[in-house]
Design a protein around this ligand. Sequence first.
Ligand code: ADP
Length: 254
Amino acid sequence: MLDQVKQIILVLSGKGGVGKSTVSTQLALTLKEKGFKVGLLDIDLCGPSVPYILNLEGQNIHQGPEGWIPVYLDKEQRLGVMSIGFLLNSRNDAVVWRGPKKTSMIKQFLEDVCWQDLDFLVIDTPPGTSDEHITVMENLRQVQHCSAVIVTTPQEVSIEDVRKEITFCRKTNIPILGIIENMSGYECPTCCHCTNIFSSGGGKSLAEIAKLPFLGTLPIDPRVGQLAGKGLPAVREIPEATTSKVFNEIVSQL
Ligand code: ADP
C-alpha cells in the first residue's frame, strides 16, 4: 500500500536496453546501503529483469492477511522486491496480455503490496509511454512525494525518445528529479580511464534545454554488467568506479 511509503521514485526511459533496470536496482541497493528501508517495484511486464539482476529468480510472492508480501533481498528486510517475474515460471515466459489485464495487474501491484513503512519505493517502468505508464501515473498523481528519474544513452535517437518522456511527465504533473546519461564512454576496470566511444554529453545538453537537473554520467563499465545476477551494490563492491560515485551523489541529493 502506497500510504506506507515516504517517497516514490519512478525510473523511466524512452527506449529499452538503455540501462533503466540497472539504474533502478543500483539506486535501490545504494539507498539500502545508506541505511534506508527500500522497496523496488518492477512493472516492466514485458521484460521483468529485476529478479534476475538481484539474484532472486525462482522466489515466490506470498499472500498475507493485508496483501502481497514482497520478496526480501536480505534477512533484515531492508530491501523488498515485487515483480511480475515472480509470477512467471521462467525468465523466458512471455506475458501476452491485452491492455485491461495489464492495467489491473499494475493496479494490484500499486495497491495491494504490503510494503511496511518504506523510506523509498523505486519503480522500474517499461520503456516508452504506454498503457502501463498511464495506469501508473493515474494512480500516483494523488501521491505526494512522487518524482521521476529519466535514463538515456548519449545517442541522438535515445535523447529524442527522452523528450517524449519529459512531455509525458509534465502532462501528468509528475515532477522530474533529473536525467541520467548511461553508457557514456567506456571505463577501463584496471585504470578507471574513460574513453568516449560514441558521442557524449547529449543527456547534459538535453537537461539544459529542458531546464531539468542533470544527475550524472554513467560509463559503460564491465564490472557493473557483472554485478547483474548477483544482487550486489556497486557502491560497496566497486567504490572506486565512477558509477558508484555517481550513485552516492544522486542518493545524497534525495
Ligand atoms: P533496460 O532496463 O533499459 O532494458 P538494462 O538495465 O537491462 O536495460 O541493461 C541492458 C544491458 O546493459 C544489461 O545487460 C546490463 O547489465 C547492461 N548495462 C547497463 N548499464 C551498464 C553500464 N553502465 N555498464 C555496463 N553494462 C551496463
